[in-house]
Design a protein around this ligand. Structure first.
Ligand SMILES: NC(=O)c1ccc[n+]([C@@H]2O[C@H](COP(=O)([O-])OP(=O)(O)OC[C@H]3O[C@@H](n4cnc5c(N)ncnc54)[C@H](O)[C@@H]3O)[C@@H](O)[C@H]2O)c1
Length: 342
């Protein structure tokens, strides 16, 4: 019997409550032993809801707790680097929400720290644990032949708040913390590109490998933002990534890939539906549409993290994948029609 990984959750806000805590309760090989949030009220409320034995208000308390082997960092982006760096330095493994850090310089420092400590750091780009995207990765590698082109999209629809209100449990929050957070999210252009780009750029790299160069254009219409990005892959394939926030209607995310001998389309549902991506794959005169039912990517990522720690295997996505996603975000933010080589 493999001992469950004793994990502490650092940051008990929205994503922790709507995705990680329910996933950790079910995940095989993981035992949640502590939660941390600067708001004592929030930390205690989630600990009570999930029967977690320790509720702390400072990360140092968790790092000094010998019962804790690893942390899941679900604090806002700007805290990812200091929290992950302190945890690694204290000898704890780290699963950190996407984006890995706020800047590529911070992400590079984490690459060094992971190399130096030999500890596991996995980035919470949980779509890599989506069954449909995993199926697609295999199909692209084995059946598509030379990949020539692709189109990926990540659209936040203006119907999202109503969908979330239906799917989410009641979320405990500290009003003062929420208001101070709103001030940081006020730079919407920067925040939205980082928060959504971290997912879709990682998906493109997961299926198609490294990116060679980026040409991007951004437009803003009131609160709405759009980035249209042309990527040239290291393989020579060319494709587009479109990030739009908001569009009228429902959220929509997916990718189509065209190779020399096949093609594939993957539609990834809004993650809180807990459904695997649907896949329609075509090669050699045959269309395949697999039925995939293990749809909680947050639970699957936690289980994969525990396995990586116990087996000493490479986590997916790892710290270098996290760094590459940030480089793509930064290149997209910097580009204004000209080509940026990575
Ligand atoms: N993977 C996904 O699908 C997904 C979805 C949403 C958000 N996220 C990521 O999760 C992170 C959190 O987002 P959120 O929407 O839950 O934010 P949030 O503001 O709702 O929650 C953040 C929580 O962290 C706490 N916090 C602040 N500073 C802290 C510190 N130093 N140590 C510990 N806790 C601290 C806050 O009190 C708050 O409770 C962000 O990095 C975001 O990009 C990922």
């Amino acid at each position: 019997m493999v001992e469950p990984l004793r994990l502490a959750l650092v940051g008990c806000g929205r994503i922790a409550q709507v995705a990680h805590l329910p996933a950790l309760e079910k995940a095989a090989g993981v035992e949640l032993v502590a939660v941390v949030d600067p708001s004592q009220e929030v930390a205690r409320a989630v600990a009570r809801r999930y029967g977690v034995p320790a509720a702390y208000t400072a990360q140092e308390q968790v790092l000094a707790d010998p019962a804790v082997e690893a942390v899941l960092v679900a604090a806002p982006d700007r805290f990812h680097y200091p929290i992950a760096a302190e945890a690694l330095t204290a000898g704890k493994h780290v699963l950190v929400e996407k984006p890995l850090a706020a800047t590529s310089a911070e992400a590079e420092a984490l690459v060094e720290l992971v190399d130096r400590t030999g500890l596991v750091l996995q980035v919470g780009a949980m779509k890599r644990h989506d069954q449909g995207l995993q199926y697609a990765r295999g199909f692209v590698a084995e059946r598509l032949g030379e990949v020539r082109s692709f189109n990926a999209w990540y659209r936040i629809g203006d119907l999202r708040p109503g969908i979330e209100a239906t799917l989410f449990p009641y979320v405990y929050a500290d009003q003062a913390a929420r208001e101070s957070e709103t001030a940081f999210k006020a730079d919407r252009q920067r925040y939205l590109l980082a928060t959504h780009g971290a997912h879709i750029f990682d998906t493109v790299r997961f299926l198609l490998g490294d990116v060679g160069s980026v040409i991007a254009r951004h437009r803003q219409h009131g609160r709405d933002q759009v980035w249209q990005v042309l990527l040239t892959m290291a393989s020579g394939a060319i494709g587009t990534v479109s990030i739009t926030v908001d569009v009228p209607g429902v959220p929509s995310e997916g990718i189509e890939v065209f190779g020399a001998s096949g093609s594939i389309r993957v539609d990834t549902p809004f993650p809180f539906y807990r459904q695997a991506s649907s896949v329609r794959a075509y090669a050699d005169g045959e269309t395949v549409m697999p039925e995939l039912t293990d749809g909680d990517a947050y639970e699957r990522q936690a289980e994969a993290f525990a396995r990586a720690v116990r087996e000493g295997s490479r986590p997916v996505p790892d710290v270098r994948d996290g760094l590459h996603a940030i480089r793509l975000i930064e290149a997209t933010a910097a580009a204004d029609g000209e080509e940026i080589t990575l």
